[in-house]
Design a protein around this ligand. Sequence first.
Ligand code: RI2
Length: 327
Amino acid sequence: MDSDQPVVDPAVTATADDIAAMRIRGAATIADAAAAALATQAERSDAATPAAFERDLRASARELYETRPTAVSLPNALRYVLRGTEGDTVSALQSSTVESAETFRAELEQAQSKLGKIGANRLRDGDVVMTHCHSTDALACIEAALESGTAVEAIVKETRPRKQGHITAQRLRELGVPVTLIVDNAARRYLDETDHVLVGADSIAADGSVINKIGTSGLAVNARERGVPVMVAAQTIKLHPDTMTGQTVAIEMREEAEVLSTDERTAIDGNADGMAPLRVENPAFDVTPPRYVDAIVTERGQFPPESIVTLMRELFGETTAEPWDTT
Ligand code: RI2
């Protein structure tokens, strides 16, 4: 098919919808799903010309890109796959795109297991780890520690509003790690029993700030006050290249219904006579300044947050072009 309108495969739209609705979530998982979706777009393309193929692929990347603004792994994944798209014929473009996506996905998996082994070096037998939200990079560190015979226990913060700590609790229990689940407000009390705070990241800025699930910054400040080290597990696809040129990371604001159910809202509005309005704000992420972070663990080694910019320059240079911007 060839018309002026880009053709986006329904599988790409389905993946984009799943990411937006958080049926697919977690920065690494989002990146993996986005790369897989671009491969599907390429495989199923019936574009008549190379130009039409590239236009459709860019439109697909744009649709995926626009789903969630904070996790930089998403644009980094799209950029990686698109950079590998080359050839003079539709069939060459198809195969290079699929290959590029496959390489990206394989590297992603390897990066996580390498990172896990590096992070595991920070954990000692009998340590208690406090977690926030659900991060597969953070879990990889615990998994690698267990594999090398280091036993740990976990204090898992529930992580309102979506209670993603429950996913962490289940995953850890499957690995045989004893879990104590706490509400977010109890975290400071339990820091006295904690050896490490271990969290993931959605984005890391050039100054070493860590953008992660809302509540991370408060936890890190309390941990610093209690003398508990804060370790951030983040593959290099979480490094945000735009921040090298001074841009800030957009913080996603999510819908009210994650905080107040529609029934609760109806009840509140039904009893609102003479009262001021109630507004709900639901930011999904916050920014932890580098001074509250002890180490950023990547597949390329462990870094003090202030030095992460050197790794960013090495990996990204100064280029932050977004190929899907060209229509
Ligand atoms: P991994 C999640 O965001 C959490 O904030 C988590 O710490 C981060 O992604 C990284 O997850 P969300 O998608 O890539 O749940 O380590 O909003 O799995």
